[in-house]
Write a protein that binds this ligand. Structure first.
Ligand code: PGA
Length: 242
């Protein structure tokens, strides 16, 4: 199965930094086991789009959020249609940093995902439990609630990102990751979503990538910190090209 490698630059690599960063990456002419998606901040989308096009790279473009509205008086917001026009194929929605810092509810995430689908973008909907919920054994219940609340009908991708694993260097065990993904798949099936790719995110790096990626229920990875440093990103590109 081809697996998806989604790079979430977060609020890093604006114009000039991205201009330095992109040529330092050793993109491959083909990836045996993976498809690559880069999600830069809004202001770098056009730059990355042009780079991919001119270098003829096997890589797709995604954004990190979009508005729930199609257009209108929403100062500061960016619509899914605008992202589509910029060449995006994907949009990350409901990342825990947005749920936390922008108080995004499941309902809002679902509205955004519905809007993204209407504009022809594939939403990558993030779900994940806190460390307290993980320790209390509530992971599946939390994820089920997030899935039921934030996933609309249509073809979506789910990213399972334990909040306590993001940017911390801590990860669940491989057995835990695969078991949680299996549970997510069965919840999704009951909701009428079959064969939904389920990505794992949270402290993925070149060292653990080749352990996480082959897990049977893992459809790919969402990578933050390791995707914005040339050394680790090049190691990741090398690994998925093998
Ligand atoms: P990380 O971030 O790889 O730096 O843990 C992942 C994410 O937040 O998407």
């Amino acid at each position: 199965m081809t697996k998806l490698i989604v790079c979430n630059w977060k609020m890093n690599l604006g114009g000039a930094d991205a201009t330095d960063f992109l040529p330092a990456l050793n993109f491959k002419s083909h990836y045996n086991t993976a498809r690559l998606v880069i999600c830069p901040p809004y202001t770098t989308l056009a730059l990355v789009h042009d780079f991919i096009k001119h270098q003829n790279l096997r890589c797709q473009l995604g954004a990190q959020d979009c508005s729930a509205a199609a257009k209108g008086a929403y100062t500061g917001d960016i619509s899914a249609g605008m992202l589509k026009q910029l060449g995006c194929g994907y949009v990350i929605l409901g990342h825990s940093e947005r749920r936390l810092h922008h108080a995004e509810s499941n309902r809002l995430v679902k509205e955004k995902a519905t809007q993204a689908l209407a504009q022809g973008l594939t939403p990558i909907i993030c779900i994940g439990e806190s460390e307290a919920d993980y320790k209390a054994g509530k992971t599946i219940a939390i994820l089920e609630n997030q899935l039921k609340g934030s996933v609309p009908n249509g073809n979506v991708i789910i990213a399972y990102e334990p909040i306590w694993a993001i940017g911390t260097g801590k990860t669940p065990t491989l057995e835990e990751i695969d078991a949680v993904h299996k549970n997510i798949a069965s919840i999704l099936e009951k909701m009428g979503h079959n064969d939904t790719p389920i990505l794992y995110g949270g402290s993925v790096n070149p060292d653990n990538l080749n352990q996480v990626l082959p897990l049977p229920h893992v459809g790919g990875v969402l990578i933050g910190g390791a995707s914005i440093k040339p050394e680790s990103m090049n190691a990741i590109l090398q690994e998925v090209a093998l």
